[in-house]
Design a protein around this ligand. Sequence first.
Ligand code: PHE
Ligand code: ZN
Length: 868
Amino acid sequence: MQQPKTIYLKDYRPSPFTIDTIDLTVDIHADHSMVTSVMRIEKHKDSVGQKLNLELNGEGMELVGLKFNGEVLPNDRFQVSSDKLVILNVTHDEFTLEIQNKINPAENKALEGFYQSCPQLCTQCEPEGFRRITYFIDRPDVMAKYTTKMIADKKQYPSLLSNGNRIGSGDLPGGRHWAQWQDPFRKPSYLFAMVAGEFDVARDTFTTMKGRKIDLEIYVDKGNLGKTPHAMNSLKQSMKWDEETFGLEYDLDIYMIVAVDSFNMGAMENKGLNIFNSTYTLADEKSATDHDFQGVQGVIGHEYFHNWTGNRVTCRDWFQLTLKEGLTVFRDQEFSSDMLSRAVKRLEDVRLLKDSQFAEDAGPLSHPIRPSSYIEINNFYTRTVYEKGAEVIRMIHTLIGKEKFRKGMDKYFELFDGQAVTTEDFVHAMEVASGKDLSQFRNWYSRPGTPTLKVTSRKEGNEFVLDIEQKYPLPTVKVEDNNVLLMPFKIGLLDKTTKKEEEHLLELKNLKETFRFKVNGDVTPSLNLGFSAPVIVEYPYEVADLIELMSFNKDPYCRYEATQKIYDHVFKAEFYYFKANGKLNPDLTSEFKSAFQNLLKDESIDLSFKSYLLDLPTENGLSQEMIQPDFDAIHTVHGHLRKKLGLEFQDWFLKEHERLSKVSKFELTPKAFGERALKNQCLTYLVASETKAGMEALDKHYGNATNMTEEIHALQLYIASGVELEHDSIQKFYQKWKHDSLVMLKWFSSLAAYSPKKFALERIEKLEKNVLFQKQVPNYLRSLYLQFAKNNLHAFHDDNGAAYRFVAQRICHIDGFNPQVASRAAGAFSLINKLDSKRQTEMKAALKTIMDNKPSRDTFEVVSKYLA
Ligand code: PHE
Ligand code: ZN
């Protein structure tokens, strides 16, 4: 097989040509669309006067016509291939190019470019989809002004949308009509969008801080208007928040969001015309969980915030992706913190980072937040670029403080508005505004892997001394020898007698450092307060220290962290007991029992937060920490520990569950989120107890559920308890929700993630054949295969290798029509290097079948790294 080409950051050169304006006409027909593009092109100032070839990207299209300065271009003046159109020997410094080409959205199953998401038509151009619409210099540093005219059947496609403002529309003979849009802002091609279809539209307005009235429109499938109020409200909250927090006002007169069912990712920030996966738009009490509601709010915010961080200031090249994504994730995290509970949001963000990003960074796909090479850029929309990228921005925020960070943002827009820039430019703006030298801090952009801080402490007279050593994993890419990270490390010293805590912000800049603090008595150190740096901290805590921190620490994140460490401790002891004795440990230590009891009793804790504090570490997290994890034993011991706690504290769980069942009004407030979360958590422990009372609580919970948060949680507990597919609980849900495809996604994914090993695989093979399983829709593919592989660990990692072979086979199939989804599904195999030799051999064999199947560039890049 021919090795796909690797692209390097060091090879970046500005484009020799720039495109000033592009005037598009898209004539939509049942079996094809005809695209006419008229571009005004200029040579880059450094190329003026030279004779050069103009290379345009273009894939999956048919060239129909080509004119240069209004004249048909003779055949010997250009070359077309499967991915390029080259205009030979261009001597003009300025000229127009008119291209006509044909595309077929109905047959586009990769969902890049112009495609059909039944029954509507929409586009996805980031990162390189525009080249599937027409020939273009498809790179983000070529920024043009767009005018777009769409022509289509009026009945089938009453709405014709594109970026900017509508400047004209009208009827045509034969039942057709047209609309023309103009975007006054220059933009890279990846922000282009176009939608044609029939929708219901939710409308509202927002008045900006300068008094401009903006039309807000949310386009959804017919019948779904009732599920739009939360999205609309979230949009208005986002607009207001960005004005108040960063002084950023929306810049067009209209903001549109279109929800579609077939989408490879979560959502897309196209200028003035966002396109969203419907899972991040539609939500109502009956069909959406609290997690979904928060997801909608966060993603609406995220895409809206991109209008400044991404669109007004964009990326020079795709290596700079974290410039817009890390920064925008940071902004959406802050937004959600301000709208909901800051403590809970931080804990959730850190959980996600540790569960997914740390794992990615410890595996074969580890890369710096600014990668230095790639084969397929679609593979780099990762937890690292997004979530670790956001942590890097957060560290700058911590190092220079809120006010200077705000000044830095102002400076960033002052210097770079309307330009395509680099992460270096962002850091520079922060430096200029804050006066702080961030040279060493820049190392975060090029070093992959999660650093570990080895911390030890000692008492010297009345000084408490901390020795801190930075350790890095062996980098997967070349890193300069002198790359030592600078990071803010917030610590607290908790006085054991007075329970007072003193906070310090340390700046680590050397591999080994010692810090001294004057103290009065004995202290317990609380490390990495608020998770100030995205690192693993190793400190030899005694359980007693952790209990102290769990009970008295001021920092909510560190409290959570302390409880997790205690569980971890207890879990490991149980695990090794089980391995050594071949049976489960029947006891709980009194120390642990009383710590757990204290948590239950503590009424000062916010309920969402409490439900997190009661959450045992996930099987996922636990297996990450082990070398050659024994997935079956982890599953068994994990269940057993929960059972013991459920039995021991059954009375409390029953009472609390009952108390929370009396809350009747459905609200979307942090308080109400907390009540439902804790009620669900109580139920988890009750069911784990395997008692009659537990099962009764489950039946009651399920039978009385009036919202999806409680309904789906109960369903998952039934599934995990091992009921048959034919069981009432599973069938009732199916019958009730079969008309709602978003809810059916939950049904499929719950079965994939929670079905016990003994029938999981067989069940999935059955579910794939269900009439409601939409075989080409990414959400559905993820709901079965990725949920199974990532969340049903003991079933997926069955050491007979059957599940590996099954998932590999499905990946090959998906790769045939949607490489992006296939390559992401290949993430199922990310644990390869941690497995025991039997599982590893099975997994390798499964991965080889993918390699033998002529994989796409996307899947090749991922699988070859797993096999390396
Ligand atoms: N830019 C989108 C976001 O982060 C993500 C995305 C990437 C969507 C590529 C589609 C394709 O908001
Ligand atoms: Zn984004």
